[in-house]
Ligand binder design. Sequence first.
Ligand SMILES: Nc1ncnc2c1ncn2[C@@H]1O[C@H](COP(=O)(O)OP(=O)(O)OP(=O)(O)O)[C@@H](O)[C@H]1O
Ligand SMILES: [Mg+2]
Length: 464
Amino acid sequence: MAIEILVVDDEEMIRSTLREALESEGYRVSDFGNARDFLRYFQEKGGEIILLDIRLPDASGLDLLLEIPKIDPDVPVVVMTAYGDVETAVTAMKRGAYDYLPKPYNLTEVNLLIKKIIQTSMLKGQLNRFREKLETNYSQLIGENVKMKILGEHISMASQSDRTTVLIRGESGTGKELVARQIHLQSSRAAQPFIDVNAAAVTGTLLDSELFGHEKGAFTDAQRQKKGVFELADHGTLFLDEIGDLDPNLQAKLLRVLQERRFRRVGGMSDISVDVRIIAATNANLEIAMEEGRLRRDLFYRLNVFTLFLPTLRERKDDIMLLARSFLDQFRKEFSKDISGFQPDTMEILSNYAFPGNVRELKNLIERAVLLETTNKIRSSSLPEEMHGRPRSQSMTPEIMDPGKPWETPGFNLKIYIDSIERKVVSGAMADTEGKKSKAASLLGLTRFALRHQLKKHGLADDS
Ligand SMILES: Nc1ncnc2c1ncn2[C@@H]1O[C@H](COP(=O)(O)OP(=O)(O)OP(=O)(O)O)[C@@H](O)[C@H]1O
Ligand SMILES: [Mg+2]
């Protein structure tokens, strides 16, 4: 059964657009044009996430915010407010709304927000709410290339032994997270939680309590006892993403849990045992990280039991169009666009492009192309300009940069123009360094953090 989202809005158009977009993501949607119908349904059948308009014919969404918790105190509510109406947004948040969406919002924003809600609800331990339902929302691993077939076999092997630690290595955007979820879903732990932790995102004491939990009063802000991800993942799978960036102080602690499957909450007096399968992933060069003393060798050997190497998209160019068609299918449904395929020159460009950002980059640029396309086949003009394969000698360098009169191009817009130059430079540096972020960052005179931001902004990496 898919996660059910309740949409409450008096405008028929908004309801049907949201319904279609959310259903194509695999959610169930029930929609209501007024407060009375909604409340009656919610009381009887419940729901998992609510998208609530403020102005309804028979009530104010703000008042509903006070009614909803009486029926179900845990359901996350997103309020849709008029653009610029800060006051309503603030009141909504004070009344316990999870978040607000100023109109007009786009469907990508809505989707991202829903994914975020699901993830944080899982971390907060409201697992039953979402656990089994999530499976329907994750896509299949696509690829016919022999490397993908071998990968498929390795995934089955890894799934069969449900305690073996798995290490997934591969460039950014090659599908590491997708593979981790597949292993989980094919294993005997499928009905148990899959908990996803980004080791690079949280640091210091916070990560400590994130991993192991804490007792009430363990530190100033610890007003309640909290379970860490190891406990939340008990009987299931713990996915440690970006393990190459794990805080050195925590590496020793992690090693101990891997060895003993026991740990202590922060401030705790006794050990807790758990039954957890660990899957770790990284796009970092772990051998160099060890040489440089950033990664403990003993931890590496603990993780490096069953290792999967994900091929880059460059190594399996024959899969490019297969993936492109599948993403086209997905996004044309999502955006309700009547697009049946690709023009020949578009296919030519896609098949020859190096994809420094791998499958994620391909997916993002198909999404963009579907949005931009006005005919029923994707034209090459709907692809980012830097893919059109101009020889490198013509590329701009700071000394000779003379943009001419770009405003003479119909539809010229300075921001889009500058963005496209930025994207071109960043993706070029990534291609030149074969996707090595720290090298690319130094070529560009950016910090790693700033480069990450650039990659995200231009859909070249981390979309999560
Ligand atoms: N073989 C595949 N078939 C279908 N979709 C894929 C495939 N590989 C990756 N994707 C899609 O590409 C996107 C990126 O994949 P994923 O997040 O798993 O990459 P990653 O290796 O974890 O990247 P990063 O290192 O940047 O975190 C996701 O939307 C995923 O669904
Ligand atoms: Mg990832």
